[in-house]
Ligand binder design. Structure first.
Ligand code: NAG
Ligand code: NAG
Ligand code: CU
Length: 253
């Protein structure tokens, strides 16, 4: 009896450790404004749930199938939540300014790139789901530096779990989804293996810019099982350049 209790406790303990090993964006800092992220382990238990600018995610685990709508915003198709069910509110950011994303503690083993896309909402962002439309453009990416430092975990840890990117200065004002992700490559030597940790943040971009990109990708669609960088052995390619997946970065300049 005592033995059973003990082993149950250790099973529970190791499960907790495993689950705690992944992560998500817990806070968004824009200028002096801090927006709490969608907190998957507490938000669903409030009635009414707190209003967030981040679309709902099921937890801190990854998406691994690049063909699923789940790859878009880390929503899931099961359980009544569609891939990118809109959030009720949005943040505000001036074009040309920095957005700082505060990740939960990130496991050191989960090395890989950090990539950020945006998509312009054709109408009210709190009601818009892009589905499989090609609406996304890349605004920032960091892979592995020449000296071998990965965006995650090396650079992210060095920045106290804060990832920063700049909204293109000339981007036309309007409502946008920011799709930000870490792709963890610790098991990516074959497909499926790479772990995608995307989430979607709703913002109103302000400013007098007039620029918009002309080419777009879809999620799912932008990545395939054979896209360079989706399959990558981080253990044998220690000295190799890492090909960041997806299109070129659009700066608007
Ligand atoms: C990141 O968010 C956590 C949780 O809200 C907070 O404790 C921490 O201070 C934040 N880090 C920074 C640098 O803002
Ligand atoms: C990587 O480069 C270092 C230093 O040049 C070398 O010692 C090492 O063998 C290389 N590793 C691989 C896997 O090529
Ligand atoms: Cu993990």
């Amino acid at each position: 009896m005592f033995g059973i209790t003990l082993s149950l406790a250790s099973v529970l303990l190791s499960y907790t450790t495993l689950v705690a090993g992944h992560g998500y964006v817990q806070q968004i800092n824009i200028g002096s404004t801090a927006y709490t992220g969608y907190l998957p382990y507490t938000d669903p238990y409030y009635n009414p749930p707190p209003q967030r600018i981040v679309r709902q995610i099921p937890g801190n685990g990854p998406v691994t199938d690049v063909t699923l709508i789940d790859l878009q915003c880390n929503g899931y198709t099961a359980g009544g939540v569609v891939g990118s069910a809109p959030a009720p509110i949005y943040g505000t950011v001036a074009a040309g300014s920095q957005v700082n994303l505060n990740w939960t503690a990130w496991p050191e083993s989960h090395v890989g790139p950090m990539i950020t896309y945006m998509a312009r909402a054709p109408s009210d962002i709190t009601k818009w789901s892009p589905g499989t439309s090609a609406v996304w453009f890349k605004v920032a990416q960091t892979g592995k530096t020449a000296s071998g430092q990965w965006a995650s975990t090396d650079l992210l840890s060095a920045a106290n779990s804060i990832y920063s990117f700049t909204v293109p200065a000339k981007l036309k004002a309007g409502q946008y989804i920011i799709r930000h992700e870490i792709i963890a490559l610790h098991s990516a030597s074959t497909y499926p293996g790479a772990q995608f940790y995307p989430s979607c943040i709703q913002v109103q971009v302000t400013g007098s810019g007039t620029a918009l990109p002309t080419s777009f990708v879809s999620f799912p669609g932008a990545y395939t099982p054979t896209t360079p960088g989706i399959v990558f052995d981080v253990y044998t390619n220690t000295n190799a350049t890492y090909p960041i997946p997806g299109p070129a970065v659009w700066t608007g300049n």
